[in-house]
Design a protein around this ligand. Structure first.
Ligand code: COA
Length: 264
């Protein structure tokens, strides 16, 4: 069941970075199901093609723009192609992210730079390249952060620094770009089932996973669709006076441990 009027995003164009898998793919499908034309940006063409194919099969419109978010010139080309082919750009979702478990004392400077580059620089690149289009008719930016941004987490210093940077960047852009009619918000998914992040961070043992799920105040991992619904809310008229906010969608998990996934 949806709280949104069916097709409320008809006539809108959305670009989703990291749209080839996991949370980004789920958000892209949800936006398309509400009528948005969607551009999927990511590094793996085959992953983008699969998600775009699913959207088109369901009657939606999707294009693939294979790009590394770290390369500004390429991101700009992807944004311009999206606006030219789909008719403008109204919604930007920054979901591209990199993660691996590495204690800071063993992490190379290049490893730190890789995650800052994908998460933080990539988010800036997409926002900067999209600005002039988003400012035309009033636009929305939603960036996907993580609990590591506000809960120090072992072996996640690179992710915490990158995501905290994203959250502050969103607030700065909300301040600067509000007068241009652009709302800028952040969504923080907690432990979310069927995502690359969980495959990388959660313990493999099913019993340990069950125990960790029971410790979450809402008693389970989240679903990708629940994160996508938070994004839908933020880009909808229901959130027309909401900007610079951080919406945590984690079942209360970050109240009880570092991230709810990686335990000390
Ligand atoms: N532990 C420690 N360091 C690691 C690492 C790991 N598991 N994986 C990569 N690195 C380091 C590399 O060693 C390299 O540093 P070096 O040159 O000093 O050796 C640096 O990171 C860059 O590695 P590279 O393989 O070139 O990275 P990339 O830029 O192609 O890929 C990653 C970026 C590393 C973040 C990669 O894991 C990725 O693309 N992930 C995307 C999917 C993902 O993580 N999704 C989950 C989101 S929550």
């Amino acid at each position: 069941m949806s709280i949104f009027k069916d097709g409320f995003l008809e006539g809108r164009v959305a670009l989703v970075t990291g749209g080839g898998s996991g949370i980004g793919a789920g958000i892209a499908k949800r936006l398309a199901a509400q009528g948005a034309k969607v551009a999927l940006l990511g590094r793996r063409p085959e992953a983008l093609a699969e998600v775009a194919g699913e959207i088109r099969k369901a009657g939606g419109t999707a294009i693939e723009t294979p790009t590394d978010v770290r390369e500004y010139a390429d991101v700009e080309k992807a944004v311009e192609r999206t606006a030219a082919e789909l008719g403008g750009l109204h919604i930007l979702v920054n979901s591209a992210a990199g993660n691996f478990i590495a204690p800071a004392a063993q992490l190379s400077a290049n490893g730190f730079k890789a995650v800052i580059g994908i998460d933080l620089l990539g988010t800036f690149n997409a926002c900067r390249a999209a600005f002039s289009h988003l400012a035309k008719e009033g636009g929305n930016i939603v960036s996907i952060s993580a609990p590591q941004a506000f809960k120090p987490t072992p072996a996640q210093s690179h992710v915490g620094a990158a995501k905290a940077g994203i959250e502050m960047l969103m607030k700065d852009l909300a301040l600067e770009w509000g007068p241009a009619g652009i709302r800028v918000n952040t969504v923080v998914p907690g432990p979310t089932a069927d995502t690359e992040g969980m495959r990388r961070l959660a313990p493999a043992d099913p019993e340990t996973q069950k125990k960790m799920q029971r410790a979450v105040p809402l008693g389970r991992w989240g679903k990708i669709d629940e994160v996508a619904d938070a994004v839908l809310f933020l880009v909808s008229p229901a959130a027309s006076y909401v900007t610079a906010t951080t919406l945590v969608v984690d079942g209360g998990a970050s109240l009880i441990s570092s991230t709810g996934i990686v335990d000390p």
